[in-house]
Write a protein that binds this ligand. Structure first.
Ligand code: PLP
Length: 463
């Protein structure tokens, strides 16, 4: 009997979705047909889908009821105002605009704050955020704390910005070169690692000192708030909602993918603290051109209704304890088996250290992609590579970049999988570990698009 504790679900199940189970031979055929890119698989050929926690949540009965009452008016829908009331209440921002997802929020904002030749600093940029900064003509610099780069080092708030490095970087290039500072909370690329309130405060002070606007990339703001409550001194008796309000008080701007902590299947938000800012006019203009009128931004009225409800469900402390508890449960199983991951475990999943698991496979052959393919073959589990394969090539030289990490991300959809599913995942990893030491070769790219290649590229095994 294992002593690992599982936090029971604070809900019961009302609707179910049947799953198909293929044989190992069928899975080997499917992944070959998909050019060893898991994004090319049909979802019905996957048993446990941990590709992403984005847009994969199970909505609640209240949200489904909201779908029925959604107002589909083109302009000024009731559902829009309900969403705006929730945003004002939770984030305290002066102006918020819906978009169809997070990258759309980035698309409407980035060209307004960044110009060609400028720079943007982040604790770590998420891939689409980095892409939109680059498409605006600017370049990105990551200044995450050093301990984030050591998956074995257990430290709280490994998602933090290295504020000394940030200031040094600003002085080196000159403050006028910088158009934006982005705080990604939690820090997705570093393994869903949280950012402390102290760090947000310090980064915001530096931004003020050098006159650079600060933007929160807020996809997992609620999980971040839960970590602050659990681990940061002085917040144990503060409500999640008050913690969220303080986090957002330090920023001038935010972009959000609502497909994560806001527990909906589609949606995004972009916000400006100061409703009188000239940026508001620009956001409206870009929003109307790219997304739709400002009171729906690419969303149906029913999506906005479900989002307004999901924003509150996502900051419920009992839900967050169960949610983070799932990641902790899976991580504890890996501890038992001696499988390394970004530790302590972060918010939205377990980021397995594939470089440690496959010491003989070089970064140029994508060890974390190897683990992703093996997990699919082993048990029909779909995961996502977050390493050199995702990072891609230098936009200026075209050379393969070396990522700080070679992670295989086991992202946990919200309110979807049970304890038994988590046990199957742990068992699959254990059986792969038994043969991992002998594996020496990975994959080569046979075709790739110029940007965000991991979604589409074709791979083949190196013999
Ligand atoms: C998912 C995500 C985005 C992009 O949002 P989409 O809804 O997928 O377009 C941006 N930043 C972070 C940190 C994310 O996790």
């Amino acid at each position: 009997m294992s002593a690992i504790k599982y936090i029971p679900e604070p809900f019961r199940i009302k609707a179910v979705e049947p799953l198909k189970m293929l044989t190992r031979a069928e899975r080997e055929e499917k992944i070959k047909e998909a050019h060893y890119n898991l994004f090319n698989l049909r979802a019905e050929d996957v048993y446990i889908d941990l590709l992403t926690d984005s847009g994969t949540a199970a909505m609640s009965q209240a949200q489904w009821a909201g779908v029925m009452t959604g107002d589909e008016s083109y302009a000024g829908a009731k559902s829009y105002f309900r969403l705006m009331d929730a945003c004002k209440d939770i984030f305290g921002f002066g102006y918020v605009q819906p978009t169809h997802q997070g990258r759309a929020a980035e698309k409407v904002l980035m060209p307004l704050v960044l110009k060609k030749g400028q720079l943007a600093i982040s604790n770590m940029f998420f891939d689409t955020t980095r892409a939109h900064v680059e498409m605006a003509g600017a370049r990105t610099i990551d200044c995450v704390v050093e301990e984030a780069k050591d998956p074995a080092k257990r430290a709280p708030f490994k998602g933090n910005m290295d504020v000394e490095l940030m200031e040094k970087t600003i002085k080196e290039h000159g403050a006028e070169k910088f158009g934006l500072v982005v705080m990604t909370i939690t820090n997705n690329a570093a393994g869903g690692q949280p950012v402390s309130m102290k760090n947000l405060r310090e980064v915001s002070q530096l931004c003020r000192k050098y006159g650079i606007p600060m933007c929160i990339d807020a996809a997992r703001y609620a999980e971040n708030a839960y970590f602050i409550k659990r681990d940061e001194e002085g917040y144990q008796n503060t409500s999640i909602k008050d913690i969220v309000r303080e986090m957002f008080s330090y920023a001038d701007l935010f972009t959000m993918s609502s497909k994560k902590d806001a527990v909906v299947n589609m949606g995004g938000l972009v916000g400006v603290k100061d409703a009188g800012s000239p940026l508001v006019l620009g956001l409206k203009a870009n929003g109307i051109s790219y997304e739709g009128f400002v009171t729906y931004g690419g969303l149906a009225g029913r999506d906005m209704e479900a989002l307004a409800i999901g924003l509150y469900e996502g900051i419920d402390e009992n839900y967050l304890r169960y949610r983070i508890g799932q990641a902790e449960y899976l991580a504890a199983k890996l501890d038992e088996a001696g499988i390394a991951y970004q530790s302590p475990v972060g918010g939205h999943g377990v980021f397995v250290d594939a470089a440690a698991l496959f010491p003989k496979i070089p970064y140029t052959e994508f060890p974390a992609q190897v683990l992703s393919v093996e997990l699919y073959k082993e048990a029909g589990i779909r995961t996502c590579e977050i390493g050199s394969y995702m990072l891609g090539n230098d936009p200026d030289t075209g050379k393969q970049l070396k990522s700080d990490f070679e992670f295989t991300r086991l992202a946990l959809p919200r309110r979807v999988y049970t304890q038994a599913h988590l046990d199957i995942i742990a068992d699959a990893l254990v059986s792969i570990k038994e043969r991992a030491g002998q594996m020496e070769h990975g994959y080569r790219v046979t075709w790739e698009p110029p940007i965000l290649r991991h979604f589409q590229a074709h791979l083949e095994p190196i013999k």
